[in-house]
Design a protein around this ligand. Sequence first.
Ligand code: SAH
Ligand code: MG
Length: 218
Amino acid sequence: MIGNDRITDYINSLAKELPTELLHLEREAIENHVPIIKKDTQGLLRFLLKVHQPKQILEVGTAIGFSALLMGEYTMEDCQITTIEKVAMRLVEAVKNLADPRFPQKDKITLREGDALEILKDLVQEKRSYDFIFLDAAKAQYMAFLPELMQLLLVGGMLVTDNVLQDGTVINSRYSITRRDRTIHTRMREYLYTITHREDLETVVLPVGDGVAISKKL
Ligand code: SAH
Ligand code: MG
């Protein structure tokens, strides 16, 4: 959680442990500096899935498949998960993990390879719809993804967006951050303003993990 490491450690110490195979994959990801969801975000996601019980999940940003497999673990048998990834190096690992018999929940998961914006447009064309979307990709593109995401999200469905507070830097002054990060900073603020002010979304922003926004489509 942003702000207090000791509280985060304590909250994490209360969490139910992941199944062993997922724990191994989590460790592998951390060792290889793959930016997977944090422990407290895992707990939040797991809780939301238990409450909402989605049937069709869309994930933007597979990385090596950790969060997709986690969602597969905590959803009903008939839930289907589509997950999008474009980076070749990540895809190699994702394909491997999503075919691994140690993860029986892999059968719920379909990997779509390519740039998210293009695949989102394809999914709209294919008239797909989702009752749960987990957005966890390049932060600077969230705003660009939003029109398609809104088309794909069913009324009553949830959009969960990760990394919205960027370790807290979103509150820093525009001028205190490097030029490189400034675009992301501006775009993330625009994204957060938009999802908190749209008439068709009810959104809460939480300082969990790297910042998570939870939106419900009205
Ligand atoms: N959800 C994963 C972590 C995702 S990290 C987990 O918690 O286990 C973000 C991923 O998004 C990276 O692997 C990156 O390659 C991918 N990504 C970023 N921009 C993308 C885009 N435009 N299209 C597809 N994938 C993208
Ligand atoms: Mg993330």
